[in-house]
Write a protein that binds this ligand. Sequence first.
Ligand code: ZN
Length: 70
Amino acid sequence: MYQMWAEHDPAVEQPSLLWHVITKDDHGRSLCGRLLAAPSVSGGDSVLAESFCGPCMTSVREAMGQPAAG
Ligand SMILES: [Zn+2]
């Protein structure tokens, strides 16, 4: 089971969200290996841009495309 997890993207100055993917099994750690703290984003935050973490998306795509073996 995958969950989306947003953090403020440190690479950009404007208020921006970067979405990572975490799994329930490995809570708190994203697929790209980042340790993510508690969500720092609430629904009321004004965000100018959103983007998705490339490594996380790649991991999900590979996991979906592979048969559940081993
Ligand atoms: Zn990520």
